[in-house]
Design a protein around this ligand. Structure first.
Ligand code: TRP
Length: 363
């Protein structure tokens, strides 16, 4: 019962559970490195735009590493999630294709990693019905991420936004994923997923549990700020897109704000803008931001921007080269997605069969 309460904790208790989740994440990662074949990873993105450097260092890089370790890796493009808090699906097809191209260009190998969209997998979506029977309205209402997404959207709370964490549980559990790399904001969704898995097994599948209780994997990568020192976000226009051209990137960096102090120092609290540039350069070169600051010193913001532009563009050049090749071959990109969707359907049909069997709904 105590665990039950922790899992369904209200928003202000999430930070208390964060440390416990982080500990669990580190323990599971240790075991995963020792025996990658025993793990199934599922994570993904909503197709609302292009991927930027923050996505790359915060999650894509880690996915490629897990794939190459030999973990069974799966990526969902969460297209239904787009309509949780907005009322149009404009550009959704382009955004989906853009995501697939960025994944492949970043090193995702479609022979090793399944890429799929949840709208293409009916049996996955059908898990929603039994899963909804396992959560209370109160549990749905107190999900802090749902609350803040509703507030940010300026829309009324839709039924889909209220229940999408359960839908996310369908994404995760249909392929029986036991590791889910996510950012902090998605932690409540992994927690409700574990609750659903446990309750399903307990209520309907006592003899042969159907679902694992997955662990959230919380990255150690520092959050990469946008060029203006604020959170990297498409709406702030402060993000370096993976697929942008070298010229677009140069322009963006050139017009990013700095401060009036000439000497460059790394001081994220007092000089967020200069420090964001240094952090970006540090990630792209593997150097310490402090060392870069020291090297540039009195040469000032102009020299810093020149350096950042060079290292970002050098770092992204191979990605952009591969992406440009893929752009010329949309049929291939579509095939990759169709293959992923086909495989996802096979897996989902199998899981739904087990669910019907467990629930005595095989006639
Ligand atoms: N909710 C995630 C986001 O907004 C995307 C997502 C959908 C996801 N289904 C998932 C992430 C399953 C991890 C696992 O970024």
């Amino acid at each position: 019962m105590a665990e039950e309460q922790a899992v369904t904790a209200a928003g202000n208790e999430i930070s208390d559970t964060f440390l416990a989740e982080k500990k669990r994440s580190d323990e599971v990662l240790g075991k995963l490195h020792a025996n990658p074949g025993a793990y199934t990873m599922l994570t993904g993105d909503r197709p609302t735009g292009r991927l930027h450097l923050g996505h790359y260092f915060g999650s894509i890089k880690e996915r490629v590493a897990m794939q190459n370790l030999g973990v069974n890796t799966n990526i969902i493009i969460a297209d239904y999630q787009v309509i949780t808090d907005r009322d149009t699906t404009e550009h959704i097809g382009d955004n989906v294709m853009g995501l697939v191209m960025d994944y492949l260009a970043a090193g995702i190998d479609p022979n090793k990693t399944m890429i799929y969209t949840h709208s293409a997998v009916p049996a996955e979506n059908q898990l929603m019905l039994p899963f909804l029977s396992l959560v209370s309205e109160a549990e749905l209402e107190r999900n802090p991420t749902v609350k803040s997404e509703m507030e940010a959207s300026g829309h009324a709370l839709t039924g889909l936004l209220l229940t999408y964490p359960v839908h996310q549980a369908c994404d995760i559990l249909f392929c029986k994923a036991n590791v889910v790399p996510i950012g902090k904001d998605n932690l409540p969704h992994v927690q409700i997923t574990r609750t659903i898995a446990r309750r399903f097994n307990k209520r309907y599948a006592k003899k042969h549990p159907v679902f694992p209780e997955p662990a959230a994997i919380l990255s150690d990568a520092p959050e990469i700020p946008g060029l203006d020192g604020r959170k990297m976000s498409k709406s702030y226009g402060n993000s370096i897109m993976l697929g942008a051209t070298a010229e677009e990137t140069a322009k963006l960096i050139k017009k990013s704000p700095t401060d009036s102090e000439r000497r460059i120092t790394f001081d994220p609290v007092n000089r967020p803008q200069v420090s964001a540039l240094l952090t970006t350069a540090g990630l792209c070169t593997g150097r310490k931001p402090e060392d870069i600051a020291e090297e540039i010193g009195e040469a000032g913001a102009g020299a810093l921007k020149q350096y950042v532009t060079k290292v970002v563009n050098d770092f992204l050049a191979p990605h952009r080269e591969r992406r440009a090749q893929l752009e010329k071959d949309p049929d291939y990109v579509r095939d990759v997605l169709h293959d992923g969707n086909k495989r996802a359907n096979e897996i989902a049909n199998q899981t739904l069969d087990e669910v019907r069997e467990a629930m005595g709904m095989k006639y």
